[in-house]
Write a new protein. Structure first.
Length: 154
């Protein structure tokens, strides 16, 4: 599990196009690495579109955005194209990244238990250190960019 103050891993995974995404790709920028449960669901679409709609403001504030779910590259391509998303989506199909960050585990829906990703955003500073975490209970999908832009640095 990754906590505030920890160094984020260098290799993050493969994006929707099969390109390796590394922490060093964002040198000199803050990275909002957001984990979400599933492409094309209402909450995940609202969150992605909020980040898209405020992407210019996030970049002006020195942030880059990368989304992560355990969906396939093909699913990410469709989700990205359908919603005109300007940022990378990592296809963590082997669940390596979600497990490294500690955001994968047992969830309940309508009384049934299943394994899934907890909606969580890690703010990684210019030196690759996690400086803030927006937890599943704190994430507001329709206001997520505002949440990121109004965080206080550690």
């Amino acid at each position: 599990m990754i906590n505030i103050g920890d160094k984020a891993p260098e290799v993050l995974g493969l994006n929707e196009n099969g390109e390796e995404i590394k922490l060093s790709d964002f040198k000199g920028k803050k990275l909002a690495l957001y984990f979400y449960p599933k492409d094309n669901t209402s909450g995940c679409t609202a969150q992605a579109c909020n980040l898209r709609d405020n992407y210019d403001d996030l970049r002006k504030a020195g942030y880059e955005v990368v989304g992560v779910s355990v969906d396939s590259q093909e699913s990410h391509i469709k989700f990205k194209n359908k919603n005109n998303l300007p940022f990378n989506l990592i296809a963590d199909t082997d669940k390596k990244l979600v497990e490294t960050f500690g955001v994968y585990g047992a969830k309940k829906l309508y009384g049934k238990e299943y394994m899934g990703t907890f909606r969580t955003t890690f703010i990684i500073n210019e030196k690759g250190i996690v400086e803030n975490i927006i937890t599943p209970k704190e994430v507001k999908t329709k206001e997520h960019a505002f949440q990121i832009l109004n965080l206080k640095a550690i």
